[in-house]
Design a protein. Structure first.
Length: 255
C-alpha cells in the first residue's frame, strides 16, 4: 500500500507541486487580508474571509482529486469535468492575482510618497488605477481564453520542403488534428466542424495526434464515432486515396 502511494505521488509530482504552490499562495493572501485590510473589520468579515479561503482550498483539492477515476466515478462525467475545469481556472486566476499583487506592491515601493499633498493624491490615484487594472487583467485574459479563444478553431497551412524527397511524394498533402480533448469544453459538434475543415483540405493523409480525451471517463467512443461519421470529400482523383491515421493517447496515468 505504501509503495502504491509513493508510486502515485511520484507520477503526479508536478500536479501536486502546483497544487501546493496555489494553496500556499491563497493561504498567504488570506493571512495578508486578516493582518492588513481586515485587521480592524468586524468579526463576521474576518470569518467570511476565513470561510472563503477554506472553501477555495477545498475546491482546488476536489478538482485535483477528480482527475483520478477512483474519485470521479462517484460523480456523473459532465459535472465532474466541469468541477475539475473550474478548479483549474480558479487555480490559474489565483496565481495570476498573486503575481498582480506583487507587481502592485512593487509599484507602491517604486512610486514613493511625496511631501506635497497634491503629489500624494496623484500617487494614490495612480496606485488605485494600477491596482484595478492588475486585478481585472487576469480575469480578462482567462475569460478571453475560455469564452473566445477556446472555440476559435483555425486551419493553418504550412509548406514543408524536404530535400531528396521521392518524386512520387512531391505534392503530398497531410492534414493534422491534435489535442482534441473531447469533453465539456469541446463538443461533438465542434469536433465535427474541425474534421469537416480537415476534409476540405482534400489531403492525402490525415493524422490525429495528441490526446483525444483528457481523462479516462471522457467520451472516447463519442470522439471516435464523430471522426468516423464525418464524410470524406469526393473531389480527389480516383487514383488518390484518403487515409485516416489515428494516434489516440488518453491520460491512463490517472487510475
Amino acid at each position: 500500500m505504501i509503495s502504491l502511494i509513493i508510486s502515485a505521488a511520484a507520477r503526479n509530482l508536478p500536479d501536486l507541486t502546483l497544487l501546493g504552490l496555489v494553496l500556499l499562495a491563497q493561504a498567504a493572501a488570506v493571512f495578508y487580508l486578516l493582518r492588513r485590510p481586515a485587521a480592524s473589520s468586524q468579526a463576521w468579515v474576518r470569518r467570511l474571509i476565513l470561510a472563503s479561503g477554506g472553501l477555495s482550498g477545498i475546491a482546488l483539492i476536489l478538482g485535483f482529486l477528480l482527475m483520478f477515476v477512483r474519485v470521479s466515478r462517484y460523480l456523473p462525467v459532465t459535472p465532474a469535468s466541469w468541477i475539475r475545469g473550474s478548479s483549474m481556472i480558479w487555480a490559474f486566476l489565483s496565481v495570476l492575482w498573486t503575481g498582480s499583487w506583487l507587481v502592485w506592491r512593487a509599484l507602491a515601493v517604486i512610486v514613493k510618497p511625496a511631501h506635497s499633498a497634491v503629489h500624494t493624491e496623484a500617487r494614490r490615484q495612480f496606485l488605485n488605477a494600477a491596482g484595478a487594472a492588475l486585478f481585472a487583467a487576469p480575469m480578462a485574459a482567462v475569460g478571453y481564453g475560455v469564452f473566445v479563444e477556446r472555440i476559435n478553431i483555425r486551419l493553418r497551412e504550412q509548406k514543408i520542403a524536404i530535400p531528396g524527397l521521392a518524386r512520387d511524394l512531391d505534392g503530398l498533402r497531410i492534414v493534422q488534428l491534435t489535442d482534441i480533448h473531447l469533453g465539456p469544453f469541446l463538443s461533438e459538434r465542434e469536433l465535427a466542424h474541425c474534421v469537416g475543415m480537415a476534409n476540405e483540405t482534400n489531403a492525402h493523409l490525415a493524422l490525429v495526434t495528441g490526446d483525444m480525451i483528457s481523462v479516462n471517463r471522457d467520451p472516447l467512443d463519442a470522439a471516435s464515432a464523430t471522426m468516423r461519421s464525418t464524410p470524406t470529400p469526393r473531389t480527389t482523383p480516383p487514383s488518390t486515396a484518403h487515409v485516416w491515421a489515428f494516434a489516440i493517447c488518453a491520460w491512463n496515468r490517472y487510475g
